[in-house]
Design a protein around this ligand. Structure first.
Ligand code: HMG
Ligand code: MG
Length: 437
C-alpha cells in the first residue's frame, strides 16, 4: 500500500539556506507536559524510541521539575532508566560526557569551554573565537555559506554509546502499532527513501536532554547519569513568576549554580528563553529586554540559547529583527535555536526567516503536540512533520524519515484519543492508497 507517489515534496533548494538543520524534538517534553491525561511511562518510552528510529538525533525526553507543578512529567525517574540503551542515562554519574553529535552548538560549547573554562562567550570577541560552526556573528551567519551544522541524525558515522538501527522500529509490535500507523509507514516506503533522511545505516545514539529548573532538579538528573540538560528562563517578569515562582533576576540566580555544576559534571546545557516575541500578560516584549536575558544565560555558561515564542505570536520580520539585535549584542547565530509555537499559524514562516538568518537548530514537536501549562495561550509547537516537509522540499538534510515520524505521531494520537494537529500528518495519514485511488 502506498500513500503519496514518490518524489514529493519536490526538492528545490533556495539560496542562502543551510545544507542541514538539526531538529531538536520536544514532543515528549513540551508536547506531553500539556496533555490533560498523564501518559503511561511505557508509552512515553516507546514514543522516544520511535522518534529515535525515525532519525531524530535530539529528543527532549522529560523534565526534572517539581512534580506538583507538572504532574504529567512526574515519572522522570522511571522514564530515563528505560532509555539507557538509547543513551538516556547510560553513563555512570560523574563519568565524562561523550559527544553524540557534531552540531554547531556542541562545537561552539566545546570551543568556549576549552578556551575559557566555562563562560561561554562574553561578547562578540569571546563568542566569535569559540565558533567553528556557522561563522561567528549573526552578520556572518547571514551569508549563504553560513550554516553547515552537521545533524546528529544525518549520515555521519556511529558514535560510541550505542546506535539505533536504521531498519526496524524498535518495539513496533502488534500491541502498540495500530493499522493506521502501519499504513503510514507503508506510505513512506511506497514513496521511496526520503532523500532528506540521509543514508541508511547505523545512526548515532540520540541526545536525550531534560529540563532542569534548579539544583534539586539537576541532582535528580545527574544521579541518573543524564548529561544533557536545559534551564528555562523568561524574558518577562509575568511568565517568570507564573512558570518558576521567581522574578527574572531570581530565576537567573537560580540557574547560575545549576549551569556551573552541570558544566563541572561534563553536561551540555541549553538555555531556553520564553516570551521572546510577546507575552500574554505584558503584550509586546522589547527586543532589548530579550537580549539582556539572553546574554545573561549565555554569559553564565549555557552552550545554546533557544528563543521561545511561547504563545506563537511572532511574525517573520520580528524574528529577523530579534536575531539582528542579538547579533549586535555579540550573540553568535550558531549558538541560537528557535522554538516556535504555532498558535497563529506563523511557525513555519518564522522558521524560514530564522534559517535565512543563519540559524541551523530548530525545535519542533512530533505531530504538533505541545503548549505550556503556565501560559494559557500557548498551543502546540511547530509540528516536526510540517518542518521536515518544508526542509526536505528545500533540499535541506535533516536525517529524519518522514514516513516513520508520521507513523509515530499517528500512533501517539491514537493513545491520546485525538487526531494530530499537524497538517502534514493529516495529509500523509489520510492520503489514499494506490488501491483506493
Ligand atoms: P517553588 O514552589 O518556588 O519551589 O517552585 P521551592 O524552591 O520553594 O521548593 C519547594 C519544595 O519543592 C521543596 O521541597 C523543594 O525540595 C521541592 P520541601 O523542602 O518543601 O519538601 N522542589 C523540587 N522537587 C523536585 N524537583 C525539583 C524541585 N524543586 C524544588 N526540581 C520550581 C519552583 C522551579 C520548582 C517550580 O516553579 C517548577 O517546578 N516549575 C516548572 C514549571 C515548568 O516545568 N513549566 C513548563 C516548562 S517551561 C516551557 O514549557 C517553555 C519552553 O517550552 C519554551 C517556550 O515555549 O517558550 C521551555
Ligand atoms: Mg515551548
Amino acid at each position: 500500500m502506498t500513500g503519496l507517489p514518490g518524489g514529493l515534496p519536490v526538492r528545490v533548494p533556495a539560496e542562502g539556506l543551510p545544507p542541514r538543520v538539526r531538529i531538536h524534538e520536544v514532543g515528549p517534553r513540551d508536547g506531553l507536559q500539556n496533555e490533560q491525561a498523564v501518559v503511561p511511562v511505557e508509552i512515553k518510552a516507546e514514543f522516544v524510541r520511535r522518534l529515535a528510529a525515525a532519525g531524530l538525533g535530539t529528543i527532549e525526553a522529560t523534565s526534572f521539575v517539581h512534580p506538583k507543578w507538572v504532574p504529567q512529567l512526574a515519572d522522570a525517574e522511571q522514564l530515563m532508566p528505560m532509555l539507557t540503551d538509547l543513551g538516556g542515562a547510560e553513563r555512570a554519574p560523574g563519568s565524562p560526557r561523550t559527544e553524540p553529535d557534531t552540531g554547531s552548538a556542541g562545537t561552539a560549547a566545546g570551543g568556549a569551554r576549552a578556551a575559557g573554562g566555562g563562560a561561554a562567550g562574553g561578547g562578540a570577541a569571546g563568542g566569535g573565537a569559540a565558533e567553528t560552526g556557522t561563522g561567528g556573528t549573526a552578520a556572518a551567519g547571514r551569508t549563504a555559506s553560513g550554516g553547515a551544522a552537521p545533524g546528529p541524525g544525518a549520515s555521519g558515522g556511529a558514535v560510541p554509546g550505542g546506535a539505533v538501527p536504521g531498519g526496524a522500529v524498535p518495539g513496533a509490535d502488534s500491541r502498540t502499532t495500530d493499522s493506521r500507523s502501519a499504513g503510514c509507514a507503508d506510505a513512506a516506503s511506497g514513496a521511496g527513501r526520503d532523500p532528506g533522511a540521509g543514508a541508511r545505516g547505523p545512526r548515532p545514539a540520540p541526545r536525550l536532554p531534560v529540563l532542569v529548573p534548579n539544583e534539586r532538579g539537576l541532582e535528580r538528573a545527574l544521579a541518573l547519569g543524564v548529561r544533557d540538560i536545559a534551564v528555562f528562563g523568561s524574558a518577562t517578569e509575568s511568565f517568570a513568576r507564573a512558570n518558576l515562582n521567581r522574578t527574572v533576576a531570581e530565576s537567573l540566580a537560580m540557574f547560575e549554580p545549576v549551569v556551573a555544576r552541570a558544566a563541572e559534571a561534563g553536561a551540555r546545557v541549553r538555555g531556553y528563553l520564553s516570551m521572546c516575541f510577546g507575552d500574554p500578560w505584558e503584550g509586546a516584549v522589547p527586543a532589548g529586554q530579550v537580549v539582556r536575558a539572553a546574554r545573561a544565560l549565555l554569559d553564565m555558561g549555557c552552550d545554546e540559547l533557544s528563543l521561545g515564542d511561547t504563545i506563537g505570536v511572532a511574525t517573520p520580520g520580528q524574528v529577523t529583527a530579534l536575531l539582528a539585535a542579538l547579533g549586535a549584542a555579540g550573540v553568535p547565530v550558531s549558538r541560537i535555536a528557535v522554538h516556535f509555537h504555532d498558535t497563529y499559524g506563523q511557525a513555519l514562516a518564522n522558521t524560514l526567516a530564522a534559517l535565512q538568518y543563519g540559524v541551523t537548530t530548530v525545535d519542533a514537536s512530533a505531530g504538533g503536540l505541545g503548549g505550556c501549562p503556565y501560559a494559557k495561550s500557548a498551543t502546540g509547537n511547530l509540528a516536526t512533520e510540517d518542518l521536515v516537509w518544508m526542509l526536505h522540499g528545500l533540499g535541506i538534510e535533516t536525517g529524519v524519515d518522514l514516513g516513520r515520524l508520521t507513523a509515530t505521531s499517528v500512533w501517539m494520537a491514537a493513545h491520546l484519543g485525538r487526531p494530530s494537529p499537524s497538517r502534514t500528518v493529516r495529509a500523509l495519514a489520510g492520503a489514499p492508497s494506490d488501491q483506493e485511488r
